[in-house]
Write a protein that binds this ligand. Structure first.
Ligand code: PLP
Length: 485
């Protein structure tokens, strides 16, 4: 066995298998085949001349030429007059049959995208982000770019503590905050912290319906995940028993859109205090409330029992992968232990830029602009349903970036309806996948009204309503409200 470095402008570690029946030529062929198959040598890459390769690898030139000829014959390489030998285009492998990665369902689609989950990406505050980046690069000391605190850059944690207190009524300090790479990362940290704190993986309760990836994630981490129903006041708290935590979306239940009522908030906190459990507050779109002041975070009522989770995915863009947790003091020791192994994986530059946007008030201005834009869109959706789909019932519209449209009996069932819409190039989600027992879900679609660009929203809405009218009865009663809708 022999390893060699070959240098020809690009570095490639060629592992020459020799001995035990492998000659030098066979060893080189094998190494190059392997490099092409694994993608380490990508198609179009030009190889050095056989003379240079022979010199670098310490092989006879004839050996190298024979090996290259063989790979040309096999189709791994191609030889063209005057352009030397290059890696030939390789057939692409069929996609692996594994479970879809998280957010796979939110990858771009052709046509009208009215799926929930994404803000209007055309509204990304590019100018402000650029100005803040310039400021950071001009002013940050060199030490800012070194290894940083495992819980995130102090500059961002300070800015977030102040922002969350002011904008969301969160009562916290920078040392209770952890910067995370998105909510799924945050939830994973919470599971690890709870396990460390409690000494075992307890059960976590989730709302039903809920974003199905989240209970799936905690189960994958070894916790049990239970579902508890939601009504018009939010989570029905009396179903909670001995769970170590419950995950809730109090400001705007996901996906139904109801707000956790004041009485339920009190009941939930009493349960947590009585049992020593924790409440995980997923405040994914809490900044967007349209008809009155945003409902303050539940965390403000019980900072000792609530783990607050926020994200930049709705306020700015999900591609940033920026989220944060504010933890109760009782979990800080466990957090320190967990973050010894799981450091914040967000680039420090992005953290400093976000801190600057918060400090300068640019984030507030951006959120205000977006709130006005989404409110207009929500109003247009409401008008379109009232005028053209009078037998539908729209709910969850007081806040957030999506609404639920309940359909009357006599409409197509969910799969047929979604297929019909997709056939017209319109993409919305059915509500059933959010339920633990999808077969028992009401007939409804979840409409994300933030995703289309501003100029495309009117026509997107028209296309949706036209296509829905084709599959809804023209007469009959509205669906009865219930199940939180
Ligand atoms: C209920 C809920 N919580 C949190 C998030 C935010 O996730 P992330 O921060 O990973 O983008 C989403 C995103 O769609 C969501 O639907």
């Amino acid at each position: 066995m022999e390893d060699e470095w070959s240098r020809w402008g690009l570095d490639l570690h060629v592992h020459l298998r020799t001995g035990a029946g492998h000659g030098l030529r066979a060893g080189l062929e094998h190494a190059l085949r392997d490099a092409v198959r694994s993608g380490r040598l990508s198609s179009g890459t030009r190889l050095p001349s056989s003379r240079a390769l022979a010199r670098d690898l310490g092989l006879a030139r004839g050996t190298v030429t024979q090996a290259l000829d063989q790979l040309v014959a096999e189709g791994y390489l191609e030889s063209k007059p005057r352009s030397g030998i290059r890696v030939a285009p390789q057939p692409t492998a069929p996609p692996a049959e594994t479970a879809p990665p998280s957010h796979a369902t939110l990858r771009p689609v052709r046509g009208v995208d009215l799926r929930s989950g994404s803000p209007d990406l055309a509204a990304f505050p590019r100018r402000e982000w650029l100005a803040a980046t310039r400021h950071v690069m001009q002013t940050a000391p060199n030490t800012a770019f070194g290894y940083r605190e495992p819980t995130g850059a102090i500059e961002l944690r300070q800015a977030l503590a102040e922002y969350l207190g002011r904008a969301r009524g969160v009562s916290t300090t920078p040392d209770h905050i952890v910067v995370c790479a998105g909510y799924a990362h945050a939830l994973r940290l919470v599971c690890q912290v709870l396990r460390h704190h409690g000494g075992s993986a307890g059960a976590l309760a989730f709302e039903d319906p809920t974003e199905p990836r989240h209970p799936a994630l905690v189960e994958q981490l070894g916790h049990r995940a239970r579902r508890l129903p939601v009504d018009r006041d939010g989570l029905i708290v009396e179903g909670l028993t001995d769970e170590s935590a419950v995950v809730v979306t109090p400001a705007h239940q996901y996906p139904l859109g109801v707000t956790l009522s004041p009485a339920r908030r009190v009941e939930l906190v009493s349960w947590a205090r009585r049992t020593g459990a924790y409440i995980v507050e997923d405040d994914y779109d809490g900044e967007f409330r349209y008809d009155r002041q945003p409902v303050g975070a539940l965390q403000g009522m019980a900072p000792d029992r609530v783990v607050y989770a926020g994200t930049a995915s709705k306020t700015i863009a999900p591609g940033l992968r920026l989220a944060w947790l504010a933890l109760p003091s009782g979990l800080l020791a466990a957090l320190r232990e967990v973050t010894r192994w799981d450091e914040s994986s967000v680039s420090v530059i992005d953290q400093l830029v976000l801190a600057r946007l918060v400090r300068t008030g640019e984030l507030d201005r951006h959120v205000r602009r977006c709130r006005a834009r989404y409110r207009r869109r929500r109003d247009l959706l409401g008008e379109a349903v009232t005028r053209r789909l009078p037998h539908g019932r729209l709910s969850g519209i007081a806040a957030g970036l999506h609404a639920v449209l309940r359909l009357p009996a006599g409409s197509d069932h969910e799969a047929a309806l979604l297929a019909h819409l997709a056939g017209r190039g319109i993409h919305v989600e059915g509500i059933s996948p959010f339920y633990h027992r999808p077969e028992r879900s009401p007939l409804a679609v979840v409409i994300g009204y933030a995703t289309p660009a501003e100029h495309a929203y009117g026509s997107a809405l028209d296309a949706l309503v036209d296509a829905l009218r084709e599959r809804m009865p023209a007469t009959g009663p509205q669906p009865r409200s219930g199940c939180g809708m």
